[in-house]
Write a new protein. Structure first.
Length: 294
């Protein structure tokens, strides 16, 4: 199995997510690539998640091509990716690799049945997968250094759906490598990944990722509202006596409780991008209306 090691020089989440997607779509049959990157502070949620239910909005938000739950990225979070032929290198192999890299740093981890790594009862790493034809992307994060309170604050929901077709995150107590191995720094973790790759697959040094002629187009999509917010599965939120149904990022319908009226001011949000701050129950007199409008 031919293995290439690459490391992104960028810290822009849109660029790194687009670059990672390009590596998946242009994967070499029979090959395997280990790719690392570090993002600026941001919240990255899964392909089938609801950003309003996963993030407080204090950090920039991005949607990745894989499933799984929401994760806070930042200078202390090492993002790792394995890209290769589908079925040749999957989640168990990737988690075993990361476990061994952590062991090189003096931290023993154990995997759960959801693709996460824990040490001392704290979650250090989560993972997710995406597929394109015969290629697979298995990627995840490894917390090297982080402020646990800041992570929790960033992942506080700013809307609580009454119902939703989105995939909710599974919350867990988080920890970092630095918690368990004081003094450990990001470059120590990067070197542990390189050393583990050398031991398993032979020699190799970090290279720049290959050029992607479609990178600019992918980056634009990863920055777009259409991808980040409008791809959210349908959901509804309640405010007072009203329920607001959201589809493709827009308020698609309003429904009142039986016997209640929809205040005229509520209709201002219909057909507009969902904004939790604008969905407070309006006040004032209301004419009798049907219970639902589309």
């Amino acid at each position: 199995m031919i293995t290439k090691l690459s490391r992104s020089p960028w810290r822009d989440p849109a660029v790194n997510l687009a670059l990672e997607e390009g590596l998946l779509e242009r994967a070499t049959p029979g090959g395997l690539r280990l790719h690392l990157y570090i993002n600026e502070p941001s919240v990255v949620f899964g392909r089938n998640q609801n950003p309003w239910a996963e993030s407080s909005g204090v950090l920039p938000e991005f949607r990745r091509v894989s499933g799984g739950g929401a994760v806070v990225h930042g200078p202390g979070c090492l993002c790792w990716s394995f890209v290769g032929s589908r079925g040749r290198f999957d989640l168990p192999e990737a988690l075993d690799f990361v476990k061994s890299a952590c062991a090189r740093l003096g931290v023993e981890c154990a995997a759960d049945d959801r693709g996460a790594l824990f040490a001392d009862g704290r979650k250090l790493s989560g993972s997710a997968r995406a597929f394109r034809g015969g290629a697979a992307l298995v990627h995840g994060t490894l917390l090297v250094e982080a402020d646990a309170a800041a992570l929790e604050s960033a992942l506080e929901p700013r809307a609580e759906p009454a119902w939703s077709k989105a995939l909710p995150s599974k919350r867990a107590r988080v920890g970092t490598l630095a918690d368990l191995a004081p003094g450990l720094a990001m470059e120590d973790a990067v070197e542990a990944f390189r050393a583990e790759a050398a031991a398993r697959f032979g020699g190799g040094a970090w290279e720049a990722p290959p050029e992607d002629p479609e990178l600019a187009r992918r980056v634009a999509r990863h920055r777009s509202r259409e991808w980040v917010y409008d791809r959210t599965p349908p959901f509804a939120v309640r405010s007072g006596d009203l329920s607001f149904r959201v589809e493709e990022g827009l308020v698609a319908a309003i429904e009142a409780e039986p016997g209640k009226r929809i205040p005229p001011g509520a209709f201002a949000v219909l057909g507009r991008p969902f904004d939790p701050s604008r969905v407070a129950a309006p006040r004032g007199d209301a004419a009798p209306l049907s219970r639902r409008t589309a």
